[in-house]
Design a binder for this molecule. Sequence first.
Ligand SMILES: Nc1ncnc2c1ncn2[C@@H]1O[C@H](COP(=O)(O)OP(=O)(O)OP(=O)(O)O)[C@@H](O)[C@H]1O
Ligand SMILES: [Mg+2]
Length: 315
Amino acid sequence: MVLWIEKYRPSSFDEIIGQRDSVEKLKAMLEKGDVQHMILSGPPGVGKTTSAVALARVVFGESWTQNFMELNASDDRKLSVIQGKVKEFARSKPIDAPFKIILFDEADSLTQEAQQALRRMMEEYSGTCRFVFSVNYQSNIIEPLQSRCVILRFQPLSKEDVYSFIDGIAKKEGLSVNSEAKESLEYVSKGDLRALTNILQSLSNVSKTITAEAVYANAGILDSGKIKQGLKEALSGNYLKARESFETILDAGVNMKEMLSEIFEILITSDDLIETKTKSYLIEKLAETDYRIVEGATPYIQFQAFIAFLSNLKN
Ligand SMILES: Nc1ncnc2c1ncn2[C@@H]1O[C@H](COP(=O)(O)OP(=O)(O)OP(=O)(O)O)[C@@H](O)[C@H]1O
Ligand SMILES: [Mg+2]
């Protein structure tokens, strides 16, 4: 299986969405032939690693993989690794290139000791190697390293940027993603395009039509707006409509227990839905449903009975 985060990782600066400041700075460095040590700081999944890889591709062309090394957080972050693998790479000669680039992905987790060792290495090998640190918080890098680096700040992506990213993938994968679904993807991923891409890929295995319900369910988040709407329909006596609404929520794979808890929350917190007298009555009914399910009754039937009960109040 090809991971979409790799498939859709921009390979050039022009494909990077947003981040104009950082991209311009990188391009300027390239033009001047003056690539420096760098800290790329910013929230997860907004293009830090992508930009570093794009830089390596431009600088090294065909030989980029030989002159570029990426150390992930899953690699050992201890001093021994820095003194072994990293040193080995940094001091060996670049291949058909003026220097090499080493990227420390998620450098927030580099130990103090490791950073101290890097401080010396950056000086010693600056002739052959550029050090790039990708971090969520610049403050996790020790001052002496910060002062040796140009700092590029990556910004959270705007809604429009996130939406256009979704549109791009949707077009290529033949997905249909309506605006409600886009909003839910942006909300659930908090603008982290890696997380967002992974959600899209996993949902696309189930259906080419991406719905907000599916997005929320995938994230284990209940769409309380939808649930409230279903409750309103039931309370206005429209059983069929309410059943339909809840069916779409349940189809997305929502856990029944969570659904009941959410209904409980909605019932006790919203004043616009029902009067207090009815409220207490409903909560009792909800507790009864919950109990029956725990005792082994069929959740689906019990839930339907609860919705039917709500709808009958009006009639
Ligand atoms: N600005 C962007 N433009 C286009 N695609 C992006 C952008 N940012 C992220 N992506 C997409 O999200 C994926 C992850 O991005 P990337 O690895 O660059 O994130 P990151 O900023 O390094 O995050 P982390 O802090 O978690 O390492 C990429 O494969 C790419 O598909
Ligand atoms: Mg990264």
